[in-house]
Ligand binder design. Structure first.
Ligand SMILES: [Cu+2]
Length: 150
């Protein structure tokens, strides 16, 4: 219809969306249960990739006794020191404010049948990044793993 402007086609083409492949989101689904176990203790993403973590507490025990979270720490973070500090951080759902700079991303603390979804950018530096549940005693019981950045 707008035959008067012959150059409009060109400008429309230059604003095309970027290729989907390079920007694909890595979706990781983690669960935790009443036996203090994650379904996965290892997952892989690409450096700098957009990551979506869907975390679900599939247990049935009350949150106060068996809450779970998923906390991803920086490479080289002292995970044991973080876990110790978390014990005293009940008021902030076991996320110790003093060590916030060690955290890349974390979910909320979840009660039974609750789900939380977070998105973050994977680190650009390849390596192994530790994650844990910071509810008291859960890390010691084995609620930990690594996110491998390729
Ligand atoms: Cu837990």
């Amino acid at each position: 219809m707008l035959a008067g402007c012959g150059k409009s086609d060109q400008s429309a083409a230059s604003s095309a969306a970027p290729a989907a492949d390079a920007n694909a989101v890595a979706t990781l689904e983690f669960t935790a249960n009443d036996s203090m176990k994650y379904n996965l203790t290892r997952a892989e993403v690409k450096a700098g990739q957009e990551v979506k973590v869907i975390f679900t507490n599939i247990g049935s025990m009350p949150k106060a006794a068996m809450g779970h979270n998923w906390v991803l720490l920086k490479k080289g973070a002292d995970i044991e020191a973080f876990d110790k500090a978390a014990i005293g951080a009940a008021a902030t759902e076991y996320i110790p404010a003093a060590l916030a700079d060690q955290i890349i991303a974390h979910t909320k603390l979840l009660g039974p049948k609750q789900t939380d979804e977070i998105t973050f950018k994977a680190p650009t530096e390849p390596g192994e990044y530790p994650f844990l549940c910071s509810f008291p005693a859960h890390f010691q019981a084995g609620m930990k793993g690594v996110l491998v950045v390729k």
